[in-house]
Design a protein. Sequence first.
Length: 453
Amino acid sequence: MILKFLKNLLPKKPVTSKFKAKTKAKLAPKVMGRAEHPITRQNISANALKVLYRLKDAGFSAYLVGGSVRDLLLGLNPKDFDIATNAKPEQVYKLFRNCRLIGRRFRLAHVYFHSEIIEVATFRGHHAKLGNEVETEEGLIIRDNVYGTIEEDAERRDFTVNALYYNIKDFSIVDFHDGLTDLKAGVLRIIGDPYQRYREDPVRILRVVRFASKLGFTIHPATEQPIFESHALLQNVSPARLFDEILKLFHAGKALAAFKLLRKYGLFGYLFSQAEACLDQPEAEMAHKLIEFLLESTDKRIAEGKSISGGFLFAVILWPALQALMQDLQQEGLALFPALHEAINKVLRRQGQQISIPKRFQIDMQEIWQLQYRLAQRTPRRVFTMLNHPKFRAGYDLLILRAKAGEELQTLADWWTEFQSADKPGQHKLLKELAPKRKRRKKTPPKPKNVSE
Ligand code: ATP
Ligand code: MG
């Protein structure tokens, strides 16, 4: 049904005709009735439906919007279900017991259920004029004309495929910016003037990369070109927001594709300047391989429904930079572990200027890095302590990746692989094999006593 729906959607238009610059769609929106699209309520979260119906029954308009509509049309599982309405946040708040208002610049309502939070946003209007901010009792700064009509709300959204509205009143889909055409063609196109939209919020640059890689969409030339020229804008994004975006980018199931796009557009260096410096070297093949193997295995784990760890991701990306710094410090005369200690502090401090990595991730990274050196010290007492270390698995995984990327570690990596799966006697045998063989001293025959002495 979904494929048929996508195929039947405007099939006669040649693809090239869609690459005309489109700006504000002042025309009436396209509306697809219930019979013309494949979204059924069975595929919408029961909690989101509850919120939609309660808003509608209270006399408000209520729509499912954003990624959920896009993903349902593509036959994918939406990550979350966002709702847009003409009800003001305070009105939403009054309708739900389990509701909290959040947000400093724009107030949003979060409706809490056991396993899910449904975000309800009031239609957003155009930018307020400066000086129009008002402060609420709770100290929140909101702008008094921040709310608008559904048309204005659609215009404030980032991409045409993210601006589709599913109306709970009649189950139709409302499309103000020809998003359905772009969805069918697999095209990401920013709404409005791309330069201005990136300047307004540079995170949109990373969102292009995220959606292009995650959905396998092509980027419309007019949306793509400014990225090459606007990448420095990322410096204006707060390190905390960048952290959230990076995690979303690399944990969306297509991390390798995302990484390649980040490098293609010259964005990677604005996020990880230390790692970028390692990738720039003429002998950077190992660093490239390491990151590529990491992202490949991240994608594979996500596809298999396995857990993934942010600390591990950052530890691997920054490993070549840490090693380079270690080398310098050791050449300056520092011993191994003091050099490691200093290198870890420096790498984390420098990285923190670009992306703020939460403390608990930093602790994981430190432990994973320290294990790289400890895993080489295989004395019987240490080996069993390491095996029980909470970060042992992550440390071992990085060791494997490093060996695969070409570091001379295969023997060590194989030893640990064998050691983990061996039974107790097997483990002791492996340890014994490591013990340096004591040379037996040849017994020198006692000197014959000189009888004459
Ligand atoms: P995902 O599957 O990752 O959740 P999404 O499209 O739902 O994708 P969200 O970050 O959940 O992305 O945002 C929901 C919607 O809000 C988007 O689809 C888009 O319409 C709008 N939106 C989010 N961030 C921005 C932004 N920076 N600029 C403009 N619109 C945005
Ligand atoms: Mg979403």
